[in-house]
Design a protein around this ligand. Structure first.
Ligand code: ADP
Length: 591
C-alpha cells in the first residue's frame, strides 16, 4: 500500500504555513503602516521650517540674482533649517542647491518632472518620498511655490533624509523576523502536541480496524480520547459489537442447519440454477456412494444414476416438482424416493432441492406383507377346500350311510381344528410382532415350568411312543420372564420334537444357566434337519417337508413364534442338527 504523508505531518505542515503566512503578512503590514505614519509625522514636523523658509526666501531672493548668488542663498537656507534646500525655477532649472557646488549646478537634470515640483506648481505645495540618485539616500522632498508680484515665481524645495525612518523600519523588520522565528518554533511545538494527540488514537483505530478486517473480531478500540476521535472510536466499537453478534447469530444458525442436515436420515442436495451443487449432506453421500467432494460440481459429473440426474434436469429445465423412484446398485442395493423441487430462496436466486428417502425397508415390508397374504390364503385354502369337499360329498348321499357320514364328519372336524390352530398361531404371531404382547415379566421357578410343559405333552409323547426326559440343575433355578410366553415357546419346541421323532426316539428338556443367561434346551434323537434348511426354518410358513408337516397338523408358524418370543425377551433361539441323529433347539434368555 502506498503511504502518503502522515496525519501528523499534515497538521504540522498546515500549522507552519498558516503561522508563517500570518506572521509575514502582519510584519509587512506593520512595517508599511509604521513607515507611512513616521513619514506623515516627519512631514507634519517640517511645517515650521517651511514657514521659516518661505519668509526667508521672500526676504532675500531677487529674480535678477545670478546662479552663484542663488546657490549661496540655498546654502545659507540649508544651514538655517538644517536640511538640503534646492531653489528651482518654474521651468525646472536648478538655481541653487545647498549640497551642490555652483559649478555643478548646470550639470543637474531639469527638475520640472519631479513629482513634488509638479505638485507645487499645481497646488502651491508638493511632496514626495524618493530615493535620491544624487545623494544615494532615501529622502523626503517638500516643495513650496513662492509667488509674489514683481519678483516672479520660485520653487523652494527642502529634502530631509529618511535614514532614521529606515533604521527604525529595519529594527522592526528584525523584530518581526525574530517573532516569525519564535512563532514558528512555538507553533511547531504546539502543532506537534496537537497532532500527536490526534494521530495516536487514529493510529490505534486504524490498527484495530485492520485487525477486524483481517478476521480478529475480538479487537476493540476501548481508550476513548475526549474529542471527536473518541466518539468515532466508541461508534466503531459499537459497530464491531454489532458485527460480532450478527456473525455469532449467523454462525449459530449455520451450525444448527448443519447439525440438522447432518442428523437427517434423508439425503439432501441443493444446487444453484445452473445445477452446480451447493450442499450435500452426509446421508445423501452415503446413499449415492459419493466418494468425491460434490461441492461446486455438476450432478452429472459425480452421480452415477441416470434416473436421479434426469429428475434434477427436469426441474432445472422448469418443472416445479418431480417424484422419482430410483434404485442404487453396489454392496447394499437401495430403493430411494427422490423428491425434487424448484426453489427460489432469495431475490432473483433460484435452484433445486432434492430430498432422498430410503424406502428399502418399506419396500421389504410391503413385499413381506404381500408374501404373507399369499401364504395365509394358500394355507387357509387347503383345509377349507377339504371341509367343503366333505360337506358336498355328505350332501351328495354319504349322509345316508352312517359309516361314510362319520368318516366325513371326522374329516371336517380335523380340518376345522387345523384351521383353528392356524388362526390361533397367526393371531399369536401378529400379537408378538405388533409389540402389543410385551413380556409380562415375573419370576419363574424352572422346575415348575418344566413339570407343567412335560405334563402337557405327556399324552402326545406316549401316543407316539417317544420317551421324555428332564434334566435340571441340582440347585433350584429361578429366572425372570413372561411365564405364558416361555411356556408357549417350550410347548412349540417339544411339540415339534415329538411330532417329527419316530417311535422309540427320546426327547430331552434340559435347563442350565450362567451369570448372565438362562439356556433352555430341547433335543431329540429324531430325523434331524439338513443343513441347507437350517437358516430358514424360523421363517413363517417355512417347512422342510410341507406334506409331512400338514399331515402331522403343523401350521409352519411354530418356530417363528418361538423366535419372536425369544427376541421379545432380548434373547435368541439357535438350532443344531445332524440329519439322522436328531436336533437340538436352544432358547437363550438374558438372566
Ligand atoms: P410346523 O408347524 O410345520 O412344525 P414349525 O415352524 O414348528 O412348523 O417348524 C418348521 C419346520 O421345521 C417343520 O416343518 C419341520 O420341517 C422342521 N422342524 C422343526 N422342528 C423339528 C425337529 N425337532 N426335527 C425335525 N424337523 C423339525
Amino acid at each position: 500500500m502506498k503511504r502518503g504523508l502522515s496525519f501528523q505531518s499534515w497538521i504540522l505542515g498546515g500549522c507552519l504555513v498558516v503561522v508563517l503566512c500570518t506572521l509575514i503578512f502582519v510584519g509587512l503590514l506593520l512595517e508599511h503602516s509604521l513607515g507611512q505614519q513616521m513619514v506623515a509625522n516627519i512631514r507634519e514636523s517640517l511645517q515650521p521650517e517651511l514657514r521659516a523658509l518661505r519668509a526667508l526666501v521672500a526676504d532675500r531672493w531677487r529674480p535678477e540674482q545670478g546662479l552663484s548668488q542663488s546657490d549661496a542663498l540655498a546654502e545659507e537656507l540649508g544651514r538655517i533649517v538644517g536640511a538640503r534646500v534646492t531653489l528651482i525655477a518654474p521651468d525646472g532649472r536648478v538655481l541653487g542647491d545647498s549640497e551642490v557646488p555652483p559649478a555643478k549646478l548646470t550639470a543637474l537634470d531639469n527638475h520640472a518632472g519631479r513629482p513634488e515640483v509638479k505638485e507645487a506648481l499645481n497646488q502651491g505645495q508638493g511632496y514626495s518620498v524618493r530615493y535620491s540618485t544624487t545623494l544615494n539616500l532615501e529622502l523626503m522632498y517638500t516643495a513650496l511655490l513662492l509667488e509674489r508680484p514683481g519678483s516672479g515665481r520660485l520653487i523652494v524645495r527642502m529634502a530631509v533624509p529618511l535614514s532614521h525612518v529606515q533604521q527604525t523600519l529595519a529594527q522592526i523588520r528584525r523584530l518581526v523576523l525574530w517573532a516569525v522565528f519564535l512563532g514558528v518554533l512555538l507553533s511547531i511545538g504546539a502543532a506537534y502536541l496537537v497532532a500527536r494527540s490526534l494521530s495516536r488514537p487514529v493510529q490505534v483505530l486504524t490498527k484495530t480496524a485492520a485487525a477486524i478486517a483481517g478476521g480478529d473480531l475480538s479487537q476493540r478500540f476501548r481508550r476513548y480520547p475526549p474529542h471527536e476521535i473518541g466518539a468515532l472510536g466508541r461508534a466503531f466499537d459499537q459497530m464491531a459489537d454489532n458485527l460480532q453478534s450478527k456473525i455469532n447469530d449467523l454462525t449459530r444458525s449455520r451450525d444448527r442447519l448443519e447439525a440438522i442436515l447432518r442428523g437427517m436420515v434423508e439425503g439432501v442436495l441443493v444446487t444453484d440454477d445452473q445445477g452446480h451443487i451447493l450442499l450435500a449432506n452426509r446421508a445423501l453421500k452415503q446413499m449415492l456412494a459419493l466418494s468425491v467432494d460434490p461441492l461446486g460440481r455438476l450432478p452429472s459429473e459425480i452421480i452415477r444414476n441416470a434416473e436421479m440426474i434426469e429428475a434434477l434436469e427436469e426441474v432445472l429445465a422448469g418443472k416445479d416438482y418431480v417424484l422419482r423412484e430410483i434404485s442404487t446398485l453396489g454392496d447394499r442395493p437401495r430403493h430411494l424416493e427422490a423428491h425434487v423441487v424448484h426453489l427460489s430462496y432469495a431475490e432473483g436466486q433460484a435452484g433445486v432441492v432434492c430430498v432422498l428417502h430410503d424406502v428399502t425397508e418399506r419396500k421389504r415390508v410391503e413385499k413381506m406383507r404381500r408374501d404373507l397374504v399369499a401364504n395365509v390364503s394358500h394355507e387357509l385354502r387347503t383345509p377349507l377346500t377339504a371341509v367343503r369337499g366333505a360337506a358336498e360329498t355328505m350332501l351328495d348321499g354319504a349322509l345316508d350311510s352312517p359309516q361314510y357320514a362319520r368318516h366325513f364328519a371326522e374329516l371336517i372336524l380335523r380340518q376345522s381344528r387345523r384351521l383353528e390352530r392356524l388362526v390361533q398361531d397367526l393371531l399369536e404371531l401378529a400379537r408378538l410382532e405388533s409389540g402389543e404382547a410385551a413380556p409380562k415379566v415375573q419370576t419363574i421357578q424352572a422346575a415348575e415350568l418344566v413339570d407343567q410343559v412335560l405334563d402337557a405333552v405327556g399324552q402326545a409323547a406316549a401316543d407316539s411312543g417317544v420317551e421324555l426326559e428332564r434334566r435340571l440343575p441340582k440347585e433350584p433355578l429361578a429366572f425372570k420372564a413372561d411365564a405364558r410366553q416361555i411356556e408357549q415357546a417350550l410347548l412349540n419346541l417339544l411339540d415339534n420334537a415329538i411330532k417329527y421323532s419316530r417311535r422309540g426316539d427320546k426327547v430331552t428338556l434340559s435347563m442350565n444357566h450362567t451369570a448372565d443367561q438362562v439356556v433352555i434346551k430341547v433335543s431329540d434323537t429324531g430325523p434331524g434337519i439338513a443343513a441347507e434348511h437350517l437358516p430358514r426354518i424360523f421363517e413363517r410358513f417355512y417347512r422342510v417337508d410341507t406334506n409331512r408337516s400338514r399331515e402331522l397338523g403343523g401350521t409352519g408358524l411354530g418356530l417363528a413364534i418361538v423366535k419372536h418370543i425369544a427376541q421379545g425377551h432380548g434373547g435368541r433361539v439357535a438350532v443344531e442338527s445332524t440329519p439322522g441323529r436328531g436336533s437340538t433347539f436352544r432358547l437363550i434368555l438374558p438372566a
